[in-house]
Design a protein around this ligand. Structure first.
Ligand SMILES: Cc1cc2nc3c(=O)[nH]c(=O)nc-3n(C[C@H](O)[C@H](O)[C@H](O)COP(=O)(O)OP(=O)(O)OC[C@H]3O[C@@H](n4cnc5c(N)ncnc54)[C@H](O)[C@@H]3O)c2cc1C
Length: 497
């Protein structure tokens, strides 16, 4: 008889703890027990970039880093990466009043202002167009072009910015050629924040469109940090000109006091000045110099026969130049700029969407301020906004409109007309989602809220790293610059730790 060998039963695997969600969270009660070296408020573009840089650079240090978010967990990645989302469901999710608060309804000067509260902020839904600012704009910023380019390089790398998304698309290539021949010599495919690498050798690349969640993912795999959601900062705590922490409330309106010797506000260009003003932070420029882009939209139609069988996708940026104080973006065909599981129908005519962004002057009188008579559910005064376009802004709006008409002629996509009028309109203020400048950096506290590293004048250890710190931004989309500057602010904080 042969002898059978039955090996011993494998020992049970010891439990390693459980994860309730797709990202580790720390209860706010626990965070209250820690003395942080850096505490970040807000998890959108600016906040996640500060977190990433600190985690990258402080891998082996014992420094304690915390980050809090007013909203809840919503999506583990950019909405466009989710297989169940299409254009229609994307809009329905983005505009859900549970996360998107249309505060502009109570603000006549800025009627399209919307706040979005969720882990990842507006980067969960942004379009990813990521140009650098024009050199004439950067030359007025309080840092050298060389240094800005250094941080642009880092930001573009971590965000995967490239022009590859539309490369090889006949519709983009034909129209870029028409534009260049027609005088728009700088027209090119979008610089887009997309990861187009192939999934290979076990390394997954399913996270195509960039969002703050990519920076959270990198950070998590570098070192530990504490993250709390549903934790709304209501006040900065400061003593003798130094930041010492933040008062935070949970949805039950219970207060918690988080201690930190460096506090970074990345709550967005409307919430950040709100909390600084409510905290009694003094500064002539806080809340002022609110800047956005005048935003014009139009639609035109191309002849399908002008393009080859393999049409591809249309994404063209006509950037600001010395002569042209605006930027135009072309999207198409129709709504098929991105799609995953649906089959785009064969179309006889191809619709192009024109989006024009005009420079808006940075003026003191355009401001966000507290309305002492109306408080939100957390007891913080609600914001009001004074905003108007200057005569110069209006001239530029006229030039954007002319520019769109000219582009439509050059690319042979006549603008659609409705009731005999061109379908070309100026979107209500705030619709561009590019609001910025409300805590802008400057060499001088007279016309800036922070120094060139984002540290608030007069309060050591209190920083701003989001769209509100941007100086005048010209006509380019802001987020790449915000992320580049947030990385720089993190570097500066590290020199002090
Ligand atoms: C549909 C859409 C398309 C866009 N397309 C582009 C584009 O193509 N290119 C481009 O450059 N930009 C684009 N943008 C704009 C871009 O999303 C913003 O510029 C960028 O997200 C701003 O970063 P931020 O850090 O200032 O704010 P946000 O990303 O909005 O992050 C702010 C975070 O702070 C949190 N928060 C607010 N108040 C508090 C508080 N009191 N306590 C704690 N947390 C708080 C919020 O919940 C949020 O998570 C687009 C935006 C939208 C909505």
């Amino acid at each position: 008889m042969s002898r059978l060998y039955i090996p011993p039963t494998c020992p049970p695997t010891p439990p390693t703890g459980y994860l309730d969600q797709w990202i580790p969270l720390t209860p706010i009660e626990e965070m209250e027990k820690t003395d942080y070296d850096v505490l970040i408020i807000g998890t959108g573009a600016g906040g996640s970039a500060v977190l990433w840089r600190l985690c990258e650079q402080l891998v082996a240090s014992g420094k304690r880093i915390g980050i809090i978010e007013a909203g809840d967990l919503l999506l583990p990645m950019h909405a466009q990466n989710l297989p169940t989302i299409n254009v229609e469901r994307y809009v329905q999710l983005f505009t859900n009043p549970k996360i998107s608060i249309p505060i502009g309804k109570g603000i006549p000067d800025f009627p399209a202002a919307t706040l979005l509260y969720a882990l990842g902020g507006r980067t969960l839904f942004w379009s990813g167009v990521s140009p650098r600012m024009h050199p004439s704009v950067l030359s007025k910023w309080p840092l050298s072009l060389k240094e800005m380019n250094y941080y642009y390089n880092i930001a573009e790398e971590v965000m995967n910015v490239s022009r590859d998304y539309t490369k090889g698309s006949s519709i983009t290539e034909v129209l870029v050629n028409r534009l260049r021949r027609g005088g728009f010599i700088e027209a090119a495919g979008f610089p887009l924040a997309v990861d187009l690498a192939q999934t290979k050798y076990g390394r997954i690349h399913s996270n195509v469109f960039f969002s703050a969640m990519d920076l959270f993912a990198y950070s998590l795999n570098r070192r530990s940090f504490d993250l709390a959601v549903n934790a709304r900062a209501v006040k900065v705590l400061h003593e003798n000109g130094k930041a010492v922490g933040v008062e935070v409330m949970n949805p039950d309106k219970k207060s918690f006091f988080l201690k930190s010797r460096n506090v970074v506000f990345s709550a967005g260009a409307l919430d950040t000045p709100q909390i600084l003003l409510h905290s009694g932070i003094q500064g002539r420029a806080i809340g002022h110099y609110l800047t956005n882009h005048s935003f014009l939209m139009a639609h035109g139609v191309l002849d399908r026969a002008d393009f080859s069988e393999l049409l591809g996708t249309l994404g063209i940026l006509i950037p600001q130049t010395n002569e042209q104080p605006f930027q135009i973006q072309l999207y198409g065909p129709g709504v098929d700029f991105w799609y995953s599981y649906e089959e785009p129908p064969l179309r006889k005519e191809l619709e192009v969407r024109f989006e024009g962004f005009g420079i808006v002057e940075s003026r003191f009188e355009n401001q966000v301020y507290l309305n002492p008579n109306i408080r939100d559910e957390y007891g913080v005064p609600k914001i009001q906004i004074d905003f108007s376009y200057s005569e110069k802004d209006k001239e530029i709006i006229d030039r954007v409109a002319q520019g769109i008409k000219q582009v439509s002629e050059v690319i042979k996509a006549p603008l659609i007309t409705r009731n005999g009028q061109y379908d070309l309109c100026l979107m209500p203020a705030g619709q561009d989602n590019h609001v910025s400048g409300t805590c802008r950096m400057s060499l001088d506290s007279y016309d800036g809220a922070t120094n060139p590293y984002g540290e608030v004048f007069g309060v050591t250890g209190l920083f701003v790293a989001d769209n509100s710190m941007l100086p005048p931004m010209g006509a380019s989309n802001p987020t790449l610059s915000t992320i580049a500057l947030a990385i720089r602010t993190a570097d500066y904080i590290m020199t002090k730790l």
